[in-house]
Design a protein around this ligand. Structure first.
Ligand code: HEC
Length: 422
């Protein structure tokens, strides 16, 4: 009986089906007219041949093959990577960094309609974002290509390497815009760029072409900017710039990530600056943060809140603030940053329910925010120090406090600010 039944099933399925495949809905979204423009606006700056994102999204066949995965990632809110909520405060590039709900529906309807390509003649172009500064005038490049070796047992597959890039300018200059020059896209995970005194005693003796291992090196005091894949160039508002004196060099901390184990990539990245010999106002990147907390092992949502007045930050007067780079390490889960004005009114500065260590961004707001000497700047970091956090590097979870290494944590809101002016 059993054998017979089985044979019948085999026979049935071997029979050529007489049923026609269901015709595809001609009104469903198509790749060329509906999907390509969304990808170009929101995805291809990371998903291109050799980019850090998986797959070349400029190739229609690749995109069709990934239709299911794309819908899954988009609906889960993992792609594009989470960014500060523009409803809190809008910032440069938010239209490209945040995917509108309507576009998520288009992806879904496209997949459900059979992921059709449509007609190339109907192709619609998206709004590409410039990831490079168009009018840079000064480049600082690593002296020679460097091939990471990933030999720190505490950080498998990761390497933090600092390169001191010599400043040969005879006079002080001011940086009014900056963007990185990325060479090996496959392994450039993120970059922090700072100024450092040429005779800074903390810099270990090293071959300038090779740089030095610097997972635990404090690069943050002269901070100029930070970059992660997909981030846009940082531009100061008109009349503002960050000072670099002739006795300072540029230091660049490269975080390399072994995205393709077994393949060596040599990297010679750098930074491009737009500079001016003078500016009206000196911009600072103010390291607002706190150090005094311990995240309990196993806690999947531990928050720390603190506040400062501008006077507490060393500003004798009101401050104008222009943007922020929120920074935690791999336990980071969410952040909130706001001003409490005299009288209790609050202004949201930057907020996200999801923090992604692999996708740290600097947000330059569309409008500056005045923080009065009697106002308070509030910030809150939330961490996930439990096994449900896949980015954790310490296993099992341990009580975690402030430190430079990736196995320690931070809670910083590096804020572009300047003494107030009208
Ligand atoms: C800021 C860079 C960046 C942007 C922008 C981006 N991605 Fe990604 N994406 C990545 C990286 C990096 C990965 C590799 C997986 C990881 O590390 O999360 C990835 C992985 C994926 C995956 C594969 C997930 C898997 O492993 O199965 C899909 C699908 C995807 N992205 C879709 C999209 C779509 C659709 C968009 C635009 C709406 C987008 N991504 C925008 C960087 C990006």
């Amino acid at each position: 009986m059993r054998v017979l039944a089985l044979a019948a099933v085999v026979l049935l399925s071997a029979c050529p089906t007489t049923e026609e495949p269901e015709p595809l809905d001609p009104n469903a979204p198509k790749y060329y007219s509906d999907i390509q423009p969304i990808l170009q606006t929101h995805c291809v700056r990371c998903h291109y041949a050799d980019g850090l994102g998986l797959g070349d999204f400029t190739d229609p066949d690749v995109v069709v093959g990934l239709a299911g995965a794309i819908v899954g990632e988009v609906e889960a809110g993992r792609m594009p990577p989470p960014a500060s909520d523009p409803e809190c405060r809008d910032y440069a590039g938010s239209a490209q960094l945040v995917l509108p709900e309507a576009d998520k529906a288009v992806f879904r309807e496209w997949r459900d309609g059979g992921a059709q390509l449509g007609d190339p003649a109907d192709a619609v172009e998206g709004n590409f974002v410039e990831t490079e500064l168009a009018d840079a005038d000064t480049d600082f490049l690593m002296l020679e290509p460097y091939t990471p070796v990933y030999d720190d047992p505490a950080l498998p597959g990761n390497e933090y390497r600092c390169f001191v890039l010599e400043n040969t300018a005879p006079q002080t200059f001011f940086i009014t815009g900056l963007s990185p020059i990325i060479d090996a896209q496959e392994i450039a995970h993120h970059i922090v760029v700072s100024r450092i005194d040429a005779n800074d005693g903390d810099i270990p003796a090293h071959d300038p072409a090779e740089g030095f291992e610097c997972a635990d090196f404090n690069i943050l005091s002269g901070l100029l900017g930070a970059w992660a894949p997909g981030m846009l160039p940082i531009e100061m508002p008109e009349g503002y710039g960050m000072r670099v004196s002739p006795d300072q060099n540029i230091i660049m901390q490269m975080h390399y990530f072994d995205s393709n184990p077994g393949t060596d990539y040599a990297d010679q990245s750098g930074y491009a600056f737009r500079t001016e010999p003078e500016v009206d106002k000196e911009m600072l990147m103010i390291p607002i943060g706190s150090f005094d907390w311990t995240i309990p092992a196993g806690d999947d949502s531990f928050s720390h809140h603190e506040s400062y007045s501008p006077t507490g930050l060393g500003f004798p007067v009101d401050v104008d603030i222009f943007g922020v780079f929120p920074h935690m390490h791999v336990l980071g889960k969410a952040w909130d940053y706001w001003v409490e004005h005299e009288g209790g009114k609050e202004t949201c500065l930057s907020q996200s329910d999801v923090y992604d260590f692999n996708n740290q961004m600097t947000y330059m707001w569309n409008d500056k925010v005045r923080v009065g000497a009697d106002d308070q700047l509030h910030f809150e970091c939330t961490w996930n120090n439990s096994t449900s956090n896949p980015d954790r590097v310490v296993d099992p979870p341990q009580d975690t406090s402030w430190g430079e290494g990736t196995d320690s944590e931070m809670c910083f809101f590096f804020t572009y600010g300047a003494a107030a002016s009208d």
